[in-house]
Each structure stands twice: as C-alpha cells, then as structure tokens.
Design a protein around this ligand. Structure first.
Ligand code: SF4
Ligand code: SF4
Length: 471
C-alpha cells in the first residue's frame, strides 16, 4: 500500500543555534501549566548530552526497538529501565524580575534570581534544557556523549580537533513509532493521510509508557492534565499548506518540508534490517513519485493528486532518496524516523603553507572529507548506526556541489565542464538548479499540499504481538 508522509530535512551546516524554533514552538503550543518543562522543539549542542540528559543512551532509558531472533521487540518490555527523572529534565524556573524595581539601594546592581515555576521559591538551578549549550560545562558533558562509541575521546583534547555543531530536534513522526505500540490505551495513532503521529487526549490516561518507549524522548507528560503530549507537526497549519512554526521561523532557513511516498507493507522489513543497512533499507521503501506504476498504485490507495504532485517537488524526496545527502537520526532505534539531517561539513577550511601555496595536506582549496574537523565516525554513530560509508557519501556530495560552483564562479569553467564533479560523485547534473535553489538560497523549501477533508483512510495498527511475531 502506498502512503504519503509529511517529512522534514534539516541542513545542519546552516543551523546557528539561535533557538528561535524552540521559542516560537513554545509560545504556540506549550506555553501553559503542566508543560513548562516540555520542549517539543529543542536545539542541542554536539558533543554534549542533550535534553533530557543523555536521551540517546538506550541502555539507560530503554527506548525504541531491539531485534532479537529476527523479531522486533520494544526494549521497555525488559522492564529494567526507568523513564527520565526531574533531574534529567529540570525544574522549570523564571526570574524574579520584580526585584529589579523593588530592591533596596546598595552597591551592586539588583539581580533577578531564579524562581521555581512550581513553588515560586528561589531555586539553585543545576541543569536545564540548554545547560550544555555551546559546549558549556563541556568537561562533564562532552565525555558523557554516547556518540563517541568506537573512538578515542582523547583526540578531542587537542585544539586542532575541537569541533561543535547544533542539533535541532522535534518528534520524528516515525514510520514504526515505538511510542504508538507501547501505549496500552491505543491513544497514539499515525494519521494515514500524512503520517503525523498524534496522541488522542480523550483516550490517554497518562500511563507514560510512550515517554519511556520513545527513544528520542519526544513525549512529555503533562502533570496538570494527567495526559501525555507531543509535537503535532503543527497539523492545523500543515492542513492549510503552511509549514510548521519551527520551520517557518527558522532563522538559518535550515528546514525543508515536503511529502514522500512510501510502501507501507515494507515498513517492518526495513525496521528489521541489519544495523549497517538500516539507512539503505529506509531509503528503499521510499517510492519514486515519477514512476507511473507508483502513481497508479498511489491513486488506487487513495493518495490525492495534490500529494503526488507535492511528492514530485519535495525537497525531502530529493535530499533523502535521490541525492542521498540526508540521513535519519539514530536509525539503530529502528523506529524509521522521518526527520532527516544533512550532516555538517563545518568548518570547511583551507590551509596555506609557508610559501602561500595550498597545503598538500588539504589537497587544494576544497579539503578531502578526512581533513574535516568533525570525525566521520562521530557523525556515523549519530546518523547511520555507525555506517561510515553513508556519511562519507553525503559529505563528498556536499563538497562536490561546492566544487561545482567554485569551478564556474572562480575558475571560469563552463557548466558542462564543471558538471563532471557532480557526475563523478553520483549527483545528477540535471538537478543542479534545484540544488542551488534549495541548498544555497533556501528558496521554495516548503512544498506542502493542503489536506483533503473528504479523505477517510485507515492505517493498519501494528500490534505489539504482531510486531513481536515479525508481522
Ligand atoms: S520520535 Fe518518539 S514520539 Fe515521535 S513518533 Fe517517533 S517514537 Fe513516537
Ligand atoms: S531557528 Fe533554525 S537556525 Fe535557529 S536554532 Fe532553530 S533550527 Fe537552528
């Protein structure tokens, strides 16, 4: 069965860590009692531990799926894990601004000390959603980052090896969501028409198994209503053809929103792929929206014309499937996340030797990927379940795009001559205008079809038993 999914790509080189996305999301959706600590969108610094603290460590939290004897099982079934505590999140606080006006005259400036948003009492803030922002407190948080797996952390201590980048995160609206399967009340559902994962607030009883089962820790319990809540991908906006607020307000224009068509019957097969092949398996189930057979099947399965057209113009389709430059975050959790990341190259540096020539170390103006500062292994641990080839391919292609334009703009080569660097790296030269429009300018980065009210599709529910039985 052909399904449509609204997805997002984030180009990490362009994120400036301004947190505008987090704040606009907060103001629209979670600026209310019970959700003070909830950040449906948050931005983390890597290396670091993120929010809640060390969410990537499933040995600690037990989120996502594990593959045992060829079958998928929810990790939380092992019953040895605990959900994040208040210490892993934080006690939300505001500041005593009133003191700025009412304090007694004294030698120092008056200060606005932190006050708990729960008790309104002064608190000693020890942790929060951004405590390791820009590597702050790095001596504690950098070594605790789970993405060093298989690497010598000591290399980071040399100045020439130091690196940092931002990782914005929302719910991934996964194709195989562990939050959904874990819910005993069947309150979580994936919308068949666009794949958005939602929690029915009338059914939810706040058991919080979804909080534990989501490996990205993107479900938050609302202590006021006694229900769980999560990112809704701004579905009321999406239905009108508008981008989610985080994407609309993104200062760096790093977010691209579009539709992809996928093969629903092959989702579990992809989720069960060997670890090193998870990215390829996820790509395989994304369908070519230009293929007449796919179009025929999509129409038969109720995918509206405007969704098929949007899939043909989708930046997500091009970046994840066709150009293979975007990658899923932690595919080894096996939820098939549908927010993708173009890994960062930064910084692209060129070094001149003492004679003013390009250093032989860097092989010219455009460095080779092994000379970039962020270790390939680190990125592979984050975006490809350790498969370095997937990261190398993406980074090489990103460098090829830069080289193509440099050859034309600086070296004066013709487009036809320069196109060989794209072709040599597996990029279709005929897509170069699209690459330029999206990656360089960020124009037309939202291709969102309006919803069809009359659509009534049903999504097969993957029961715990069915998944466990391999079905
Ligand atoms: S990211 Fe978490 S909350 Fe969102 S769909 Fe996936 S498993 Fe569910
Ligand atoms: S608004 Fe955009 S650039 Fe700023 S932190 Fe968020 S994702 Fe990054």
């Amino acid at each position: 069965m052909v399904r449509a999914q609204i997805s997002m790509v984030m180009v990490l080189d362009k994120c400036i860590g301004c947190h505008t996305c987090s704040l606009t999301c907060k103001h629209v959706w979670t600026n209310r009692e019970g959700q003070e600590y909830a950040w449906w969108n948050n931005v983390e610094t890597r290396p670091g531990v993120g929010y809640p603290r060390k969410w990537e460590d499933q040995e600690r939290y037990g989120g996502g799926w594990m593959l045992k004897d060829g079958k998928l099982r929810l990790r939380i079934e092992l019953k040895k894990y605990k959900p994040p505590s208040k210490e892993d999140y934080y006690e939300p606080f505001t500041y005593n601004y009133e003191n700025l006006f009412t304090d007694q005259l004294q030698d120092q400036q008056p200060s606005a000390d932190p006050l708990s948003m729960y008790s309104n009492e002064p608190i000693d803030v020890q942790w929060g959603p951004n405590f390791d922002d820009d590597l702050a407190g790095g001596d504690l948080t950098i070594p605790a980052d789970p993405n060093w797996k298989g690497m010598e952390m000591a290399m980071y201590k040399e100045f020439k090896n130091v690196f940092m980048f931002y990782l914005p995160r929302i719910c991934n609206h996964c194709l195989n969501p562990s939050c959904l399967t874990a819910c005993p009340r069947k309150s979580i559902y994936k919308r068949p028409e666009d794949g958005i994962v939602l929690i029915d607030q009338n059914r939810c009883r706040g058991y919080r198994l979804c909080v534990q089962a989501c490996p990205y820790k993107k479900v938050y319990y609302n202590w006021k209503t006694g229900r769980s809540e999560k990112c809704i991908l701004c579905f009321p906006r999406i239905e009108q053809g508008q981008p989610p607020v985080c994407a609309l307000t993104c200062v760096g224009k790093i977010r691209y929103v579009g539709v992809v068509l996928y093969d629903e019957e092959r989702v579990l097969e992809a989720a069960k792929a060997p670890e090193q092949e998870l990215v390829r398996a996820q790509r395989d189930i994304i369908l070519d929206p230009f293929d007449p057979e796919v179009i025929r099947r999509a129409k038969e399965d109720g995918v509206p014309e405007n969704f098929i057209k949007a899939a043909q113009e989708s930046p997500v389709y091009y970046m994840f499937k066709k150009w293979e430059i975007a990658l899923p975050l932690h595919p080894e959790f096996r939820t098939l996340p549908m927010v993708f990341y173009v890994p960062p190259l930064n910084p692209v540096i060129t070094v001149l030797d003492r004679r003013g020539k390009y250093s032989a170390d860097y092989e010219g103006v455009i460095p080779t990927i092994d000379k970039l500062r962020i270790p390939i292994r680190y990125l592979a641990n984050m975006f490809a379940a350790g498969n370095e080839d997937e990261v190398r391919k993406s980074l090489k292609r990103l460098l090829a795009i830069r080289e193509y334009f440099r050859l034309i703009e600086v070296e004066g080569q013709s487009k036809a001559e320069a196109a060989r660097v794209l072709a040599n790296n597996g990029l279709p030269p005929e897509d170069v205008e699209l690459m330029y429009k999206w990656l360089a300018h960020g124009r037309d980065r939202f291709v969102i079809p309006t919803a069809k009210k009359e659509l009534r599709l049903r999504m097969p529910r993957r029961k715990k038993q069915a998944a466990a039985a391999g079905g």
